[in-house]
Design a binder for this molecule. Structure first.
Ligand SMILES: Cc1cc2nc3c(=O)[nH]c(=O)nc-3n(C[C@H](O)[C@H](O)[C@H](O)COP(=O)(O)OP(=O)(O)OC[C@H]3O[C@@H](n4cnc5c(N)ncnc54)[C@H](O)[C@@H]3O)c2cc1C
Length: 481
């Protein structure tokens, strides 16, 4: 285990606390130090209700806090897909990221889509400043991964089993493990990860990308920046790329926001919601403003749909909703349009059903078996998995999630997209009881809330969850003998 805490004094201070084994016992353990983990820590550290004796640990294997899957990239062409003005760490201070940019990278305006690596720096700065304003020893960072959790027998709380074999105890735990790698799929491990490229673009002439979402765009932009001049075959069932953000930026007008709030209040069925959308659209409001206003209330509307409507949405509308909501900047979409126009990029509407290794001058060469009506094959010098998030919680590459499900500590949501949780993020065990001290935030709640994978939604979840954590820890302190 690596102690990644920058200040030795923080560890010393922790060791000095009576009854606490140095570095191993905490009020709260946050598992994962991506955006969700850091956002949770920041909200706690800056809350006026926080007691100076509070002890928290973040456990994260990556040495760069705030990186996660989204912000670990160093590529200057990997941009945020939300404007800077929408990416503040807290909704209570929407100008925070824009002010940081004005100091650290003044060439950007709040309306810009800035490189994601800058956002990582911002998150780390926010975290460091919040830590520095609290007594030394309050926050510890362990560079490690959690592979299991067990209830403490003698007192409330959990023992966390770390890959380094160290056990950490915590009164409460937040799972902020985000975008988990998918478990073994049809591809036998032959599709390359979009985040670590095992091939040289100069040596290949045909690149296949499975998926046509924001991850696929990242791969294309990366390849173009690296000087790739070959062909792209982008394979997806719907053949739809994300739509571009409109320029210039126009905030959602108060009247449109009020329309979405009223719609959410009326607890619409899916059919009613679609009809209301179409009527409003016909009245002349641009679809982008309608989608952005619905986003503000998406979780409320979603929770009120019955199971049949939720299934209908997943079957028929999910891709359409995603490409309208999770848009990309115009520059990125223009790159794809240019590649299509010059014949270098072809979209194939099909499903990949198998991937086979192919003998060739490239180690990465594969044959993809595709299905659209009948089966056909596509040979590529390399193929990248650009499908994005894991599709079922039963098959992720996370040993921790598998362990929690097998032990009945948590239960999948109705669609197996994540886990069942309350509105404050408390997880439900297999028998349906609420685990009042085991929380989750972000992607693992998408079956329950629909939209919760991006910053604007996650920070809202965090603000609510943190109040519950403070109440829980406060109550525990009062109960201490
Ligand atoms: C490529 C990409 C680009 C994106 N761009 C944007 C954007 O521009 N704007 C936006 O709002 N959203 C964007 N998103 C959505 C993004 O998911 C969220 O913004 C945010 O990064 C989610 O953070 P997270 O901490 O929940 O998950 P992650 O970023 O996935 O972080 C989870 C962390 O948990 C750690 N972890 C996992 N398992 C364990 C374990 N067992 N023990 C310890 N640690 C563990 C991982 O190492 C990781 O660091 C993007 C997503 C991706 C994938």
């Amino acid at each position: 285990m690596t102690e990644a805490d920058t200040s030795p004094s923080r560890q010393e201070n922790l060791a000095a606390r009576p009854g606490i084994a140095a570095g191993h016992e905490f009020d709260l353990a946050i598992v994962g130090g991506g955006f969700s983990g850091l956002c949770t820590a920041w909200h706690l550290l800056t809350d006026v209700m926080l007691q100076p004796t509070f002890r928290c640990v973040i456990i994260e294997p990556d040495e760069r806090l705030g990186a996660g899957l989204a912000y670990r990239t160093e590529s200057p062409c990997h941009l945020l897909n939300v404007r800077a003005r929408g990416m503040s760490i807290t909704a209570a201070d929407p100008g925070s990221f824009a002010r940081w940019l004005a100091r650290a990278a003044p060439q950007y305006s709040p309306d810009d889509f800035v490189p994601r690596r800058l956002y990582r720096r911002y998150l780390k700065d926010c975290f460091d400043r919040a830590v520095d304003q609290q007594p030394a020893g309050m926050m510890t960072v362990l560079r490690d991964a959690v592979r299991g959790l067990a209830l403490l027998g003698d007192s409330p709380g959990y023992s966390l089993d770390l890959v380094s074999d160290v056990a950490v105890r915590a009164r409460a735990v937040v799972l902020a493990i985000g975008n988990l790698p998918p478990g073994p799929t049809f591809d036998n491990g032959l599709l390359c990860s979009p985040w670590c490229r095992p091939f040289d673009f100069n040596r290949i002439g045909m690149l296949a990308i499975v998926g046509a979402g924001l991850t696929a765009l990242d791969v294309i932009l990366d390849a173009e920046a690296a000087g790739y001049r070959g062909q792209y075959k982008v394979i997806s069932r719907h053949g739809l790329f994300p739509l571009p953000h409109r320029e210039p930026f126009e905030p959602v007008p108060a009247e449109v926001r009020a329309w979405a709030a009223d719609l959410a209040e009326s607890r619409p069925t899916l059919r009613h919601a679609l009809r209301a959308f179409q009527l409003k659209r016909k009245s002349g409001v641009h679809w982008e403003l309608l989608v952005d206003s619905l986003r503000l209330f998406a979780s409320r509307i979603w929770k009120n749909f019955d199971q049949a409507d939720k299934r209908r949405f997943f079957r028929h509308l999910r891709t359409i909703w995603n490409i309208h909501l999770h848009r990309s900047c115009q520059h990125n979409i223009a790159v794809v349009a240019r590649l299509k126009a010059t014949g270098r990029l072809e979209q194939i509407h099909a499903r990949v059903i198998a991937v086979e290794k192919r003998g060739s001058h490239c180690d990465t060469a594969v044959r993809l078996v595709l299905r659209r009506g009948t089966d056909f094959t596509l040979d590529a010098d390399a193929a990248v998995d650009g499908t994005g998030l894991f599709t079922t919680i039963r098959r992720t590459g996370s040993a921790l999630v598998a362990h929690l499900l097998d032990d009945g500590m948590v239960q999948p949501d109705d669609f197996y997209l994540g886990l069942k949780a309350t509105e404050t993020g408390q997880l439900l065990s297999a028998d349906g009881s609420v685990r009042s001290d085991l929380f989750t935030v972000g992607t693992l709640r998408r079956g329950e809330e629909l939209e919760c994978t991006a910053v604007p939604e996650i920070r809202k979840q965090v603000a609510v969850m943190v109040q519950e954590i403070l109440r829980l820890v406060g109550d525990a302190r009062r109960d201490e003998p």
